[in-house]
Each structure stands twice: as structure tokens, then as C-alpha cells.
Write a protein that binds this ligand. Structure first.
Ligand code: M6R
Length: 359
């Protein structure tokens, strides 16, 4: 099934441009109208607040979802780790609407929260890759990711599919709520640009193999930094690297480094900075200067229009709300190559299962 590919993870990374196009085909008709169940939209319209609940990579897709829903629909949105929500639920608003993000649809921590909110009598949506999965059956509504089976334990295409589908849903919901930026957001066009950009990135794989060999193949630890939407991606990038390469790594809000973490920076510590937003670029760059001064091996991943001489990875420019769909791709590839260079089975990392069906 993986055909010419040595590993599913690489195949699934490569499939991402196609996954973007498949979402457009499934959710956007030829005249540009977004096709989403009216009863789902009616239910969301009643909500005064959205609660996204998920685990792992899906939680990280939820962090980006918060940006999309808040900016495109003007609806306050909270994102919760399922295993925490279950035992320490937040104070709910008067009219909450719940969105479960789950590739597999079987994650026990998320199922537990859904049972709870069903008992409380609230409506919910599950966004999943698996039709008829438990979380799909137990939620009021389902939207499918149409990403094709994801076999590698480390999730890649499900993350980008979740973000793209959140963008489609936020666009439609924002239009209904008459939010100006949603009306002018041509999501099918913007996702097509994303698909093209992703293709450029996966076509240039060789360079990431080299960067992994230079910076990550033998390191003990590594840090990913960014601000705002780039911080969301930094957290997912760190999870990818640690899962498949066992390098101790975390994603940090770059401004927070100086409040403690910078103490860990030594000669040669890899610090990977994600820079895709105009309003934060200057600030993240000043944080990279601080770690450079302490000997860090800094790798900048920057959008083309913000790039500077010496940046190692340049991303094609896309809509500012959709940059996570591109910035994560080199990070997935860095994780993949680091795992191979360390001699691990990248599709089946130790101690991990594809779907976590225990709480
Ligand atoms: O199937 P789900 O999206 O609910 O799974 C959630 C997490 O278990 C999953 O994303 C996990 O973190 C992956 N191994 C990440 O690569």
C-alpha cells in the first residue's frame, strides 16, 4: 500500500496537497458555495462560545482552529485537552457548542468528554477521518476529513486536514454571522494556493534531510519557538520530533523563553523558529538573537515575504490565517529524517499506539 515509499509517514506527508484539494471538492461547489449541513449551522448559530476538545496533534489543530473561529466568526473559542476537561471541566458559557477533533474517532479521553456533554444535553460536532467511528456516532453532527487512511502513528495529513476543514467551516459560519473578513475570505482559492505551496515544499525534501543531519541527528534536545499562530505550530512541530526521534523537545512561545527556558540553551542547541506573521516576526527574530548569543544553532523557517538573508527554510506565501498548513510541512519532514538518521522505525515509534483507547 505504501507503494514506492519506504514509510507511511513520508507517503502521508506527500499526500497533503491532495488532501487540501479533496476537501475543496467535498465541501465547496463549483459556484464557490460551501456545502455544510444546515442543521449543523443552525445549531452553531445559537452558540455564544465554542469549545474545542481534543488530544495530541488534534489538540494542536484545535489551537489553530481557535484563531480561525475567533477571527472569521467573532465567536469566543476555547480549546481543551480532553484528558483535562474530563476531570476539570471549565465553567461553561450559557450556550456552549462543542467541537471534537479526532483523526481516529476512537480516543478514549475525548469519548469520555463527549459522554459527559451528552448527559448534560448539549449538541456537538465531531470532525474526524473515520466514518462511523465512535465519536462520530455519539456526536450530534459529523464532518469528515476525507484524508484517506492515516497509518503512521505520527499524525501528519490529519493535522493539516483538520485545520483546512476548520477554515472551511469558519468561513461558512462567519458568512452567516455577517463577519466582514469571512465574507472576503475566498477559502477555496486560498486552500488551492496552500496545496500548491505544500507541493513546492514536499518537492524540495532533500534540503530538510540535510538540515536534519546537521542540526538534529545527534542532538539531545531541541526547541521550537514562535508567537501566536506560529506558537501553535511550534507545539505540533515539537510533538512530531519527539514522537519519532525521541529527542527531548518542546514548543515555546518565543517571548516566554527568557522567563526560564533560555537557561537550557548551550553551544549547539537547535532552536527552530517559525516566522510567518508580520506582527510578530520582528519580535521572534529578536528572541532568536538572544539564543544565538548563547550559542544556539538557530534554524529559521520564514514566509517568503518576511524572509531575510540566512534563513534556512523559506515558505511560499499564503493567506496569513493559513500559514500553519505550510509551516508544519518542513517540521514534519525534519522529524521524519531525524528519525531515520537515528535508525528508528518512523512509522511505529516505541510506546505509542495509533489510537489511544484507554484513559
Ligand atoms: O485519533 P485522535 O486524533 O483523537 O488522536 C489523538 C492523539 O492520540 C494523536 O494525535 C497523537 O498525539 C498522535 N500520535 C500525534 O502524532
Amino acid at each position: 500500500e505504501k507503494g514506492a515509499y519506504p514509510y507511511y509517514m513520508l507517503k502521508e506527508i506527500d499526500e497533503q496537497p491532495g488532501v487540501m484539494r479533496s476537501l475543496i471538492e467535498h465541501y465547496v461547489s463549483d459556484d464557490g458555495t460551501i456545502v455544510i449541513d444546515q442543521s449543523l449551522l443552525d445549531s452553531m448559530k445559537q452558540a455564544d462560545r465554542l469549545y474545542i476538545v481534543a488530544a495530541g496533534t488534534s489538540y494542536h489543530a484545535g489551537l489553530v482552529g481557535k484563531e480561525l473561529f475567533e477571527r472569521l466568526t467573532q465567536t469566543p473559542t476555547e480549546v481543551h485537552v480532553a484528558s483535562e476537561f474530563g476531570y476539570n471541566p471549565p465553567l461553561l458559557s450559557k450556550k456552549p457548542f462543542f467541537i471534537f477533533l479526532t483523526q481516529s474517532g476512537e480516543t478514549a479521553d475525548s469519548r469520555q468528554v463527549l459522554s459527559q456533554i451528552n448527559e448534560w444535553g448539549y449538541e456537538s460536532l465531531t470532525i474526524t477521518n473515520v466514518e462511523n467511528s465512535t465519536l462520530s456516532r455519539e456526536a450530534t453532527f459529523t464532518l469528515l476529513l476525507y484524508a484517506g487512511p492515516e497509518i503512521a502513528v505520527a499524525s501528519t495529513k490529519a493535522y493539516t486536514a483538520q485545520i483546512a476543514l476548520e477554515a472551511i467551516l469558519a468561513k461558512k459560519f462567519g458568512e452567516i454571522k455577517q463577519v466582514a473578513i469571512a465574507k472576503s475570505f475566498d477559502v477555496a482559492h486560498e486552500l488551492t494556493m496552500v496545496a500548491n505551496g505544500m507541493q513546492e515544499l514536499v518537492d524540495e525534501k532533500g534540503q530538510y534531510e540535510q538540515i536534519a543531519a546537521n542540526a538534529l541527528a545527534t542532538t539531545r534536545n531541541a526547541f521550537y519557538i514562535g508567537r501566536a499562530i506560529d506558537y501553535d505550530v511550534a507545539q505540533e512541530a515539537a510533538l512530531k520530533l519527539k514522537e519519532v526521534s525521541y529527542v527531548q523537545t518542546e514548543g515555546f512561545a518565543s517571548g516566554e523563553l527568557k522567563h526560564g527556558t533560555i537557561a537550557l540553551i548551550e553551544e549547539g542547541t537547535p532552536v527552530i523558529a517559525i516566522i510567518t506573521e508580520e506582527k510578530t516576526a520582528k519580535h521572534t527574530r529578536s528572541n532568536t538573537q538572544e539564543v544565538l548569543a548563547r550559542g544556539a544553532n538557530v534554524i529559521n523557517i520564514a514566509s517568503r515575504y518576511l524572509s531575510e538573508d540566512g534563513d534556512q527554510i523559506i515558505l511560499p506565501d499564503v493567506h496569513p490565517l493559513l500559514t500553519p498548513l505550510l509551516s508544519i510541512v518542513p517540521c514534519q519532514l525534519l522529524a521524519y529524517y531525524t528519525s531515520l538518521q537515528r535508525g528508528y522505525d518512523v512509522d511505529k515509534p516505541r510506546n505509542l499506539a495509533k489510537s489511544v483507547t484507554v484513559e
